[in-house]
Design a protein around this ligand. Structure first.
Ligand code: F6P
Length: 371
């Protein structure tokens, strides 16, 4: 243990952004690893809200994490300390007297709260938004270690984020179920999955679940080409088709389908599947049904893979603190974990490389990407 780490008495864990299966496994692993070093551990409630708006919590904005509190949670979805994808402290939405909303930087306030509670270090578990906040706090002097979470798998610098495998496994199981009903009714089944501006969930579950068409944000699609693929299948006697659509998929020359835009939060995507289903029914005349998997992908029991990497990440975050590592994110670099600067992790979004092996595999199998 380094001299700085020897001074650690109290750390906090924050879970931010959309929840993902494996968050509780990280919380338990980090808590046990810290308690075993005789550090006190607290969870900030609902992202940073527990520190920025403590008055909203009857029992206070910090939840003491004890062995009892983290017992039996590894397999549970969600997060026992809560999360939010609103109220980013870098761009906190504040309503002005004239009714308009403006974004305010509340990180200094947050730093004061860390001082007030005598918190030595923060483990921030989240996606790109959370890592951006963690990086900003680290630049202002806070001792921070990040842990990469998101079902979208769009964080750069780590081979994978936890939560992704569970989401892909569930989507694949759904495709298996949809195949039989699609075949029985000779229908086109359009399945929309989350993933924001990256096509990882659609691609990996689409290939694993034998989708005939996979539409991802990285490749703007031509609906005529998709319709053509469905007609070709019909001619071969395969008179049903499964079309996997990433929520960020967009037509050639068109834009992503957005449900809402609000100050202080990322735009909400939705409607991509509906657009494809509508256009395909028009183009092919075939009966078409839409299934939007949405938040189902974020719930449920984490897979063994996610439980394991989540625990490895949680324990590695504590080891990073013990080694006096600051402003870094834990990353998976098989067969081990490594630490990369938060700056590196936040530089760009990890999208699907069009020449990657999974893409080549799908193309070799005849899967259409609508291009
Ligand atoms: O980033 C995770 C994610 O589930 C995305 O795939 C999706 O676009 C977004 O969060 C949905 O957010 P919300 O929980 O606000 O609906």
């Amino acid at each position: 243990m380094t001299s700085e780490a020897a001074k650690i008495k109290k750390i906090v864990i924050c879970t931010g952004g959309g929840d993902a299966p494996g968050l509780n496994a990280v919380i338990r692993a980090a808590t046990l690893a810290a308690l075993n070093r005789n550090w006190e551990v607290y969870g900030i409630r609902d992202g940073y809200n527990g520190l920025l708006m403590p008055e909203q919590y009857l029992e206070g904005g910090l939840l003491r994490l004890t062995r009892d509190r983290v017992r039996g949670i590894t397999h549970l979805g969600g997060t026992i300390i809560g999360t939010t994808n609103r109220g980013n402290p870098l761009r906190f939405p504040v309503k002005k007297l004239d009714g308009t909303v403006e974004e305010v930087d509340r990180t200094d306030e947050l730093l004061r709260a860390f001082l007030l509670h005598q918190i030595d270090a923060l483990i921030s578990v989240g996606g790109d938004g959370s890592m951006e906040i963690a990086h900003a706090l680290a630049k202002k002097g806070l001792w921070v270690v990040g842990v990469p979470k998101t079902i979208d798998n769009d964080l750069d610098g780590t081979v994978i984020t936890f939560g992704f495998d569970t989401a892909v496994s569930f989507a694949t199981e759904c495709l298996d179920r949809l195949h039989t009903t699609a075949a029985s009714h000779q229908r086109v089944l359009v399945v929309e999955v989350m993933g924001r501006y990256a096509g990882w969930i659609a691609l990996e579950s689409g290939v694993s679940g034998s989708a005939d068409v996979i539409l991802i944000p990285e490749i703007p699609y031509d609906i005529k080409k998709v319709a053509q693929k469905i007609r070709e299948r019909d001619e071969l006697g395969r008179n049903f088709s499964i079309v996997m659509v990433a929520e960020g998929a967009k037509p050639l020359g068109g834009d992503v389908s957005v449900v809402s835009r609000e100050v202080g939060r990322a735009e909400r995507l939705g409607g991509a599947g509906e657009r494809v289903a509508h256009d395909l029914q028009e183009q092919t005349g075939k009966e078409t049904r839409l299934v939007v998997l949405g938040h189902l992908l974020r719930g449920g029991t984490p897979t063994t893979f996610d439980r394991l990497i989540a625990q490895r990440f949680g324990a590695a975050a504590v080891r990073a603190l013990e080694q006096d590592q600051r402003g870094v994110m834990v990353a998976l670099d098989p067969p081990t974990v490594k630490y990369i600067p938060l700056e590196e992790a936040t530089q760009r979004m990890k999208t699907v490389p069009l020449d990657c092996d999974i893409m080549l595999t799908a193309r070799d199998l005849g899967t259409s990407f609508g291009d």
